[in-house]
Unconditional design. Structure first.
Length: 91
C-alpha cells in the first residue's frame, strides 16, 4: 500500500447509517453538518468532501475555456472584466 494510505472501518447501523471515523473525517476535511459525496466505481466506493469534489468537477469542466475565449494573459482577463463592468453600468 502507499505511504499515505490507511484502512479504517465502521459498522453499518440498522437504518444504514455509518459513523465516519475521526481520522477519515480529518483527511477529508469534513465536520458536523458538512456534506460528502459517494463515488461508486464498480465494486469500489470513494467518499469525498462534496465541496472539494464540486470544485474539482468545475475545474475539469472549465479546463481550456479561457484559451478558447482568447484570454491568454492577466491583461486579457482584466480587459474583459472592465468591458463587462462598463456594460453593467450602461445598462
Amino acid at each position: 500500500m502507499l505511504a499515505n494510505t490507511f484502512v479504517d472501518n465502521a459498522k453499518v447501523m440498522a437504518k444504514g447509517q455509518v459513523t465516519i471515523p475521526k481520522d477519515i473525517r480529518e483527511v477529508l476535511g469534513v465536520a458536523s453538518g458538512d456534506r460528502i459525496t459517494f463515488i461508486v466505481e464498480g465494486n469500489t466506493v470513494r467518499i469525498v468532501n462534496s465541496a472539494v469534489y464540486a470544485m474539482q468537477v468545475l475545474q475539469q469542466e472549465m479546463a481550456g475555456e479561457a484559451e478558447r475565449a482568447g484570454l491568454t494573459s492577466d491583461d486579457d482577463v482584466m480587459a474583459l472584466v472592465k468591458e463587462l463592468r462598463n456594460e453593467d453600468e450602461n445598462a
